[in-house]
Write a new protein. Structure first.
Length: 453
């Protein structure tokens, strides 16, 4: 919505959500479903006040496509990304593309963008497919697997071998639970109106600092290996090693490279792994959909899959998109309003926290037919018509840099697994929790039946 300053002053403020303070606090604690509560009580754009403005700015919960567009296409200096979750993450993990404010983000995005172009990702297709094939062919006929655990292992190998130049080994299982615990620590501090100073050695603070060092030590080893072996393929690491400050021509300090590697490892792992696990679980609950994917995959030559998987597997891509809609990792996308601005016909004051409820929009009965039903055919017409109601990777200039990588990896991984196995999900539901991103809340058991590739 393009509105000049005079127009903004004439707009009404976003109405306060008609919930008690206890209800507001309870809803803000659940990052994914909280926005559904705010929407149902106060409408698609509503103000949530938790504390006096001097203690905690008001939160504007946005769950309309038009409102999402207004927030996510707004650029600096109207909005920025320095909301509490990101500032808390930066204090613990260090500055990165994910949590930088606009000034530092611009140069870093320009530096890393070449790693994630369509052409560059296409060079990695064969590795991605083969990694998933190795995993699927190792599952024994009649065995039971945990889809969450196996999806994480596959995704970690893909990240490690294709763009980061390391062999994960046992790292996956050792990293995931601590990463999720740290995410909860960051989220709890980010949403608290009053918090202890970060130097107070609480139990969770001590754990977060200790494990952050473990993750950074791993990143430092990855960086050292790349320097020791010039032939080691690690495009993400080498892009940062080659980068130079545009003003001083100095290289990026090792410490900053390690900050980026830790964040890419954590966010990339959860994004693709959770999507893959949900897609496999949904196929294991829907034999008809499973058969359609299997027929599409088996009709394509493996060489073609490794070359251009998404063009050859339109229905499989739709399955991934539907998994992102119902089980994607993004509960909400946030910004800070730095100027008064218009959001879906309402005035939002400078200083407000803008929260676009992605999870709420993805399940909104006003936006989707049969919103809780897993139906990949809803994406058969492409995404253009639903651009601002389907936001698994955010939107606008600060959308996720790894979107194409994640979609391609998930498509190849799913295709490879379906080519070699038939899965039957044991659970009727897919339990989730959202410490910071949406992840499975416990094992996702499935029975394996091997098939001839």
């Amino acid at each position: 919505m393009s509105t000049d300053a005079t127009d903004v002053t004439r707009l009404p403020p976003a109405p306060d959500v008609p919930l008690s303070l206890r209800e507001r606090i309870a809803a803000i604690q659940v990052a994914h479903s909280g926005c559904e509560i705010f929407r149902d009580a106060g409408g698609p754009v509503t103000t949530v006040r938790i504390a006096p403005k001097w203690m905690m700015p008001p939160i504007i919960a946005v769950t309309s496509p038009r409102g999402a567009r207004d927030v996510l296409t707004a650029t600096y200096p109207a909005v920025d990304r320095d909301f509490p979750f990101m500032t808390e993450q930066q204090k613990l993990n260090g500055g990165s593309l994910l949590n930088f404010s606009h000034k530092d983000w611009v140069g870093r995005r320009r530096m890393l963008q070449p790693v994630f172009t369509t052409a560059r990702i296409a060079e990695l297709n064969e590795q991605m497919y083969d990694i998933a094939t190795d995993a699927a062919t190792s599952w024994r006929d009649g065995s039971e697997i945990d889809l969450d655990q196996e999806s994480r292992r596959i995704t970690m190998r893909v990240l490690g071998r294709t763009i980061m130049g390391f062999e994960p080994g046992s790292y996956t299982d050792e990293l995931v639970d601590p990463l999720r615990r740290i995410s909860k620590y960051i989220a709890d501090r980010g949403r608290a109106p009053v918090k202890l100073p970060s130097w107070v050695p609480t139990r969770e603070r001590r754990f977060a600092v200790r494990f952050n060092k473990v993750a950074h030590d791993l990143a430092a080893q990855i960086l050292q290996d790349c320097r020791t072996d010039p032939k080691l393929s690690a495009p993400l690491v080498r892009a940062m090693m080659a980068a130079r400050d545009p003003e001083t021509a100095e290289p990026l300090p090792d410490e900053e490279i390690c900050h980026e590697l830790v964040i890419f490892l954590a966010s990339g792992l959860e994004t693709t792994a959770t999507t893959l696990a949900y897609a496999l679980w949904a196929l294991g609950r829907n034999p008809v959909i499973f058969d359609r994917v299997a027929a599409e995959v088996s009709a394509v030559d493996e060489a073609a899959l490794r070359t251009n998987p998404r063009s050859h597997l339109p229905y499989t891509v739709s399955v991934i998109q539907e998994a992102l809609r119902l089980g994607g990792p993004t509960p909400a996308v946030m910004r800070i309003a730095r100027q008064d601005m218009a959001v879906d016909g309402f005035r939002v004051e400078a200083g407000s926290m803008l929260m676009v409820g992605v999870y709420a929009m993805h399940r909104d009965p006003q936006l989707w037919d049969r919103p809780l039903e897993f139906d990949p055919d809803r994406f058969s017409g492409g995404r253009a018509r639903m651009q601002w109601q389907f936001l698994p990777f955010g939107g606008g200039p600060r959308s996720c840099i790894g979107e194409f990588f994640a979609l391609t990896a998930a498509t190849l991984e799913l295709a490879s697994i379906v080519r070699h196995c038939r899965l039957t999900s044991r659970n009727a539901t897919f339990p989730i929790t959202a410490p910071l991103t949406i992840v499975p809340d416990g094992p996702i058991p499935a029975l394996v039946q091997t098939v001839n590739a």
